[in-house]
Design a protein around this ligand. Structure first.
Ligand code: AMP
Length: 117
């Protein structure tokens, strides 16, 4: 069972923000912004590339509810999903990072971006 499946099962604790039948949101253990929440489907799928439109429909509504709950629905936030090796994905259970709580930077992300690609 993967780490996030263990969190869903309750065998590993999390700092929960919101939960419903199909989704769970909890605070990232190493926050990269004042608000850094992970939003995951309870069904195990390894990454965005392999998810379904049906899951994303539910996840959209749930994500909007999370934003309201933590008060960033008006101030703004960033949603990121790291997909696969080049995307920097470390945990292979689909998750979206919700980042907010202050102005976010938008820096160069590619390690060779100073070179022409
Ligand atoms: P990614 O690199 O997109 O796969 O992101 C994985 C995220 O999971 C990272 O931001 C980690 O800080 C976070 N993380 C790892 N273990 C835990 C945990 N037990 N509880 C909450 N967040 C975690």
């Amino acid at each position: 069972m993967c780490l996030f499946c263990n969190i869903i099962a309750g065998t590993i604790p999390c700092n929960k923000v919101l939960e419903d039948e199909n989704f769970l949101a909890f605070h990232d253990i190493y926050p990269k912004a004042p608000i850094h929440i992970l939003i995951i489907p309870k069904i195990h799928v390894d990454c965005f590339q392999n998810t379904t439109p049906e899951t994303m429909i539910g996840l959209t509504k749930f994500t909007q509810e999370v934003a309201k709950k933590v008060g960033v629905d008006v101030t703004g936030y960033r949603l990121i999903t790291n997909n696969g090796d080049d995307g920097g994905q470390e945990i292979y259970h689909l998750h979206f990072h919700m980042l907010g709580g202050g102005k976010l930077r938008w820096d160069t992300l590619h390690e060779d971006s100073h070179k022409s690609l």
